[in-house]
Design a protein around this ligand. Structure first.
Ligand SMILES: [Zn+2]
Length: 240
């Protein structure tokens, strides 16, 4: 049968393991989220690139249409110009000339438009390349990071199992009632600290959980180690 002192010492060690388990659990919740974030970012860049390529393709199609239109106008001008030699009257000649002028104006406008398109196309190609590079860079980062995170998660799970095993061994050495009290106090403490040592200064003894001075008779009880003592202020189990 273990003495109360031994049990309290074990309980302090057990608490340390519980703190480690809590930290590991927090990480085990956070790390998979990091993987998901990387995946989400990857999909977002991919989508950005796809949207861009769609616009780019659309623009190329538009340009090709304009080029075809230009070719047709050039043909038309040629045909009309050859007709100039066949007309009989001045009026007909004038009418043909006007038609040719109109087509020439249209041709000139189309040429300008095509030029703008070509410039835009160049700009788009540059941007597309940048986007592709961005995607590749992120994909590589994602792969590396993912591997690292998966390894880390597996290590943590392994570590968790080990700590849990030791914790259960410790728990087996501690009285059930004391363990239950520990669990009850712990549940209400944000820092997870349910048992703490007392420290002494020139004014008296302090609970290391809430940093309040402990009355002398309680300090005596803690020192006697015949019964479990709780801080009157915070309820934490006190140990010498
Ligand atoms: Zn206290």
């Amino acid at each position: 049968m273990a003495t109360l002192k031994e049990e309290l010492d074990k309980l302090l060690e057990l608490q340390e393991l519980d703190t480690k388990l809590k930290d590991i659990d927090a990480l085990l919740e956070d790390l998979p989220q990091q993987i998901k974030t990387l995946e989400r970012e990857d999909i977002a860049i991919q989508k950005e690139l796809e949207e861009f390529q769609k616009t780019s393709t659309h623009m190329r199609v538009e340009r090709r249409q304009k080029e075809m239109e230009l070719k047709a106008i050039e043909e038309q001008i040629k045909t009309l110009q050859s007709k100039l030699y066949e007309v009989k009257t001045n009026k007909e000649y004038q009418a043909l000339q006007t038609e040719i002028e109109t087509l020439k104006n249209k041709k000139s406008m189309l040429e300008d438009e095509i030029l703008v398109h070509m410039e835009k196309d160049e700009e788009f190609k540059k941007q597309e390349k940048q986007l592709q590079e961005k995607m590749e860079k992120h994909r590589n980062l994602k792969t590396t990071k993912q591997k690292e995170l998966e390894i880390k998660i597996n290590q943590l799970k392994e570590e968790r199992n080990q700590i849990k095993k030791t914790r259960d061994e410790y728990a087996a050495c501690i009285d059930m009632v004391l363990l239950e009290l520990y669990a009850r106090v712990k549940k209400n403490k944000k820092d997870g600290i349910a048992i703490c040592r007392i420290t002494h200064d020139s004014n008296g003894s302090i609970c290391n959980g809430c940093y309040v001075y402990i009355p002398g008779y309680l300090v005596e009880k803690v020192k006697r180690k015949t019964e479990v003592v709780q801080c009157e202020n915070c309820g934490r189990i006190l140990s010498e």
